[in-house]
Design a protein around this ligand. Structure first.
Ligand code: F6P
Length: 511
């Protein structure tokens, strides 16, 4: 049943009315067990949810909403390999990429065997490249899910990256990016990974063609040694002239593809075992999502909290603050994950929805954000739930830095909640501003895998309650089509039939 037509939705609306005067400080004072009852341990991730605008009744009602909208059945359909991405008639099985070998039967046995049949040669190739001293620079050319995941993960694992190799990520069709990088490279020392699920994305194909042209112009001949393709479209890669190819399948969405051949730069950076550990951490979270009861299921609790904030309390964005500089691309990664998955205005039947869906996601690492936009979080007119991501143990010896970093994270969460009274003047902080605190013991491949899988599943949960297909992305198509037309007009100068603004801008750029 559509979420807003369920009895639980009505009850949540009533509950939200009574919630107008909710105050975090009062909630903690009234309930000594609040911190523990609103905390949740999950594989590799501990979450303190207690500084959120929820109470036990809210959570119970949200779980009822999950039941009445069939969340568990939808989740189980995904894990059975049903074609829940119905607009593209595809299964949604990124989770299968981290499923241990030989552990599933029935119709999933064959795709699981394919997964491991591809993973093994991919990891063997990663190890060969790691051992190849001639290759000092690995350049990943891809965009969206074929860029953000591996880029985010290689950066997150920066302390484990194999010495003697540099990893670069080129995504934008803006030639400044590729040109600046190529200036510092030598063809004989460079390996290009052309990462594209479809192998048709214009930005990636343009960058790949230019990289190949540069390689040949530098005297490079051994394309098989210096180019590899990561794609579901093996035929297109071969037609492009690349013979070293690692494939994956249409049931892996681009923004969910880190675990597939798209993860090859990560495997090269941290080694086959590291990549296996990343998969294992994600798998542990898959199991938690599948098996933990709704009330003790972290992705479920987070996803339902997202629905509560978006639809009942009217909070339209969520800010992400990783208090770890190696996690600095996590906000960008989560932006695609959430907003490309749930930024939809129609339900699974294509009917317009009367309620809000994806929040706006944004953020920067702490403590940097504190000296930039946190002003607005503390004293602005909008309530923006903030999600902290902190790591207990550092990998460096600068103990005092890490203590300061973590102290700042906790202090910010505290300041947002407590506020400060100054008779309503400039120094007045209202407090009662919500935050979630995610804590990893250490930043390892396994904990990173778990953290990312947690985020994937929480997006599944809110998308499922909202009745969306979280796995297509038709909203990116129109711009692609129009860009082709405008590009042709840019060359020809034909502005006939264009609106006055578009025509004038085109003319101005041509003059
Ligand atoms: O344009 C959006 C999108 O299709 C994303 O969903 C995807 O991650 C990205 O482009 C890149 O696509 P591909 O891997 O096919 O090049």
């Amino acid at each position: 049943m559509r979420c807003d037509l369920t009895p639980a939705w009505k009850n949540l609306q009533l509950h939200a009315q009574g919630f107008a005067g909710f105050d975090l400080r009062a909630a903690f004072a009234a309930d000594a067990a609040r911190a523990s009852s609103l905390s949740q341990a999950a594989p590799h991730v501990f979450a303190d949810l207690s500084k959120n605008h929820v109470d036990a009744a809210t959570e119970a009602l949200l779980q009822e909403l999950a039941r009445q909208t069939g969340l568990a059945a939808h989740r189980d359909a995904m894990f059975r390999g049903e074609h829940i991405n119905h607009t593209e008639d595809r299964a949604v099985m990124h989770w299968l990429l981290r499923q241990p070998e030989g552990t599933l039967g029935g119709s999933l046995a064959e795709p699981l065997a394919l997964v491991h049949g591809t993973l093994k040669p991919m990891l063997a190739y990663a190890e060969r490249v790691r051992a190849d001293a001639q290759i000092t620079d690995v350049v990943n050319i891809g965009i969206g899910g074929s860029d953000l995941g591996p880029q985010m993960a290689v950066l997150a694992m920066q302390d484990r990256v194999i010495p003697g190799k540099r990893f670069h990520f080129v995504s934008n069709v803006d030639g400044h990016e590729l040109a600046a990088l190529l200036r510092g490279l030598k063809a004989e020392n460079t390996l290009f990974l052309i990462a594209s699920k479809t192998f048709t994305t214009i930005e990636t194909m343009t960058n790949a063609r230019s990289a190949l042209g540069w390689f040949k112009a530098q005297g490079g001949t051994d394309v098989a040694h210096h180019f590899a393709a990561l794609t579901t479209n093996v035929g297109a890669a071969a037609a492009f002239g690349i013979t070293t190819t690692f494939g994956f399948w249409d049931w892996v969405g681009g923004r969910y593809s880190l675990w597939s051949a798209i993860g090859l730069p990560v495997a090269m950076a941290i080694g086959a075992q590291g990549f296996q550990d990343l998969l294992a951490g994600a798998h542990a979270m898959d199991q938690h999502f599948q098996n933990a009861p709704l009330k003790a299921n972290l992705p479920v609790r987070l996803g339902l909290l997202d629905v509560w904030y978006r639809n009942f309390l009217g909070y339209t964005s969520r800010s992400i603050a990783p208090y770890h500089s190696a996690l600095r691309r996590v906000p960008a990664y989560l932006q695609q994950l959430e907003m490309e998955s749930n930024g939809k205005r129609v339900d699974r039947n294509g009917h317009a929805l009367p309620y809000g869906t994806s929040p706006v996601l944004w953020g920067e690492p702490g403590t940097n954000g504190q000296h930039a936009y946190f002003q607005m979080l503390h004293q602005g007119t909008d309530t923006v739930p903030l999600e902290f991501i902190a790591v207990k143990k550092p990998t460096h010896q600068l103990k005092d830095h890490h203590e300061l970093l973590l102290a700042n994270a906790i202090a910010q969460a505290q300041a947002l909640m407590l506020g400060q009274s100054d008779a309503g003047g400039h120094k007045h902080f209202t407090g009662n501003r919500p935050s979630t605190f995610l804590l990893l013991e250490e930043l390892t491949p396994a904990s990173l895998g778990a953290l990312i899988a947690l985020q994937e599943h929480r997006v599944f949960v809110s998308g499922s309650v909202w009745g969306l297909n979280s796995f297509d992305q038709w909203g990116v198509e129109l711009g692609k089509v129009l860009a082709k037309d405008i590009h042709a007009r840019m060359l020809s100068g034909d502005v006939a039939g264009l609106d006055a603004s578009t025509g004038a801008l085109l003319q101005r750029l041509r003059d």
